[in-house]
Design a protein around this ligand. Structure first.
Ligand SMILES: *Cc1c(COP(=O)(O)O)cnc(C)c1O
Length: 459
């Protein structure tokens, strides 16, 4: 339930559960929800019975509209695309968010408590959270986004959801203002306790955990445990690629993990120089990777420094106080033994979309194209194949950029078409944390005091 530990650090498993070759082989042929339950089971231990866990993953992935959930498509001799966009909001975040919502709801129902989820979004995360948490009995979800500054598709994905526990707030300000509001509410300890505020951003361990299974399903489809594979991952906050690292630590034969970034390349620079130093963010055609700080990289630091928490704390303090920190030669070598990082600038992304479409007929979204370019770079530099590219979003989520690059518009899936005419629900509010706080108090409070929800409530 707690995204962030009380000392400001991130949760990590005490040890990596191990899957032997025979365990991996035994997953072969399992339907995705069953495979996901098997891979997550050791992290859940006895908090859930295996029957309960299976029922939860069954429910979490029931709304995906592809029979194999995460299909693999070959686009070149040694390049396979793993399509992770067949969930309700057409982006890979559905894999983790759908499961997280059910885990949280079950925990709250069991303890008779309610919680308030609050998140700031520039697009994808808000939609994934709303789709996952809508209709959950014990949870209200408040999403704040910058009024007039998200795309039509992104806004409609959030505002056309009519469930009573979903509250979409359009703030008259920028995305940074939205983040500042959420931060201010979390920093108010009384408010945070009173409403049991919870965050669902990508540093929540349960989200990372729920992203591990598709590395297994893809590698098994390509011959694991007998054949090693590499993965190229469009990277922003480092959650998705860290899930790949977790799969490797669990025993999945992964050869290399490619951190694929757009021009916001803090991780490429870090692997080149050994110095982690945020610079400004530039807007790109792959907005979900436009980050300045890559929060989950802290988890890899912990691993690379032999799990020395004091060392990570010192590095994080240096980041706060001096705006940067350095990695030791040993830490850098440990990271480079598994990870490579490559950046793709805007021209490369557009060319990759165009050429991939022209040569194979495959239309990729800009985030995915960043990783396709990275995989091509790796193979050209002599890497062993096969490389699996994680396709993190459906091209129809970013129609303008795709059409500009490829000259054809991606066909909108049924899900998007219905949405474009549905009624929207949102409240425009001033750029002010107090305004958001009073809406939370009024709306979550109204439900909290109704007799239906009276068990074990916050005051
Ligand atoms: C969130 C997101 C990413 C980045 O994933 P991280 O886990 O933050 O590295 C990449 N592509 C898309 C489409 C996303 O929504």
């Amino acid at each position: 339930m707690a995204g962030l530990a009380h000392d400001g650090g991130l949760y990590m498993p005490e040890a990596w559960p191990q899957m032997a070759a025979a365990d991996i082989t035994s997953l072969s042929g399992s339907p995705y929800p069953q495979l996901a339950a098997s891979v997550m089971a050791p992290f859940v231990a006895d908090a859930l019975s295996s029957a309960e866990l299976s029922a939860l993953t069954q429910q979490a992935y029931a709304r995906f509209n592809h029979p194999v959930h995460a299909p693999l498509v070959q686009i070149a001799d040694n390049i396979f695309v793993l399509e992770l966009f067949h969930g309700p909001t057409l982006a890979f975040k559905d894999f983790a968010m759908q499961a997280l919502a059910l885990f949280m709801d079950r925990e709250l129902q069991a303890s008779g408590k309610r919680a308030v989820i609050i998140g700031a979004t520039s697009g994808d995360t808000g939609a994934a959270a709303i789709e996952a948490f809508k209709g959950r009995a014990a949870i209200d979800v408040f999403i704040v986004y910058p009024h007039g500054r998200v795309s039509d598709v992104q806004r409609r994905q959030m505002t056309t959801v009519a469930d009573e526990n979903v509250h979409t707030l359009a703030v008259k300000g920028t995305f940074d203002d939205c983040q500042a509001i959420v931060k201010a509410l979390f920093n108010d300890a009384d408010f945070r306790e009173r409403w049991r505020l919870s965050a669902v951003n990508s540093i929540n361990w349960a989200r990372i955990m729920a992203q591990i299974p598709y590395y297994f399903s893809a590698a098994i489809a390509l011959g694991a445990p007998h054949r090693p594979v590499s993965f190229a991952v469009p990277t922003g906050n480092f959650g998705d690629v860290f899930a790949g690292y977790a799969a490797k630590q669990m025993g999945l034969p992964i050869e290399r993990l490619l951190i694929a970034t757009n021009g916001n390349d803090i991780l490429v620079r870090t692997l080149e120089t050994g110095r982690y130093e945020p610079k400004g963010v530039a807007a790109t055609s792959s907005p979900s990777m436009d980050i300045q700080i890559s929060s989950n990289f802290e988890r890899l630091l912990f691993e690379a420094g032999d799990r020395d928490a004091a060392r990570v704390r010192a590095q994080m303090n240096a980041l706060k106080q001096e705006g940067a920190f350095s990695l030791s030669e040993r830490e850098l070598a440990a990271i480079k033994s598994t990870f490579t990082a490559r950046r793709a600038d805007e021209e490369t992304v557009a060319r990759t979309i165009r050429e991939t479409h022209a040569t194979t007929g495959y239309l990729s979204d800009p985030h995915t194209a960043v990783a396709i370019a990275g995989a091509q770079g790796e193979l050209a530099a002599g890497a062993n194949g096969p490389i699996v590219v994680l396709a993190t979003a459906h091209p129809a989520k970013f129609p303008a950029a795709v059409e500009r690059a490829a000259g054809v518009a991606p066909a909108a899936p049924e899900r998007l078409r219905g949405m474009m005419n549905a009624r929207e629900h949102f409240t425009v509010i001033s750029n002010d944390a107090a305004a958001v706080a009073s809406i939370i108090a009024a709306r979550a409070g109204a439900k909290a005091s109704s007799p239906l929800f009276s068990a074990g409530l916050a005051p």
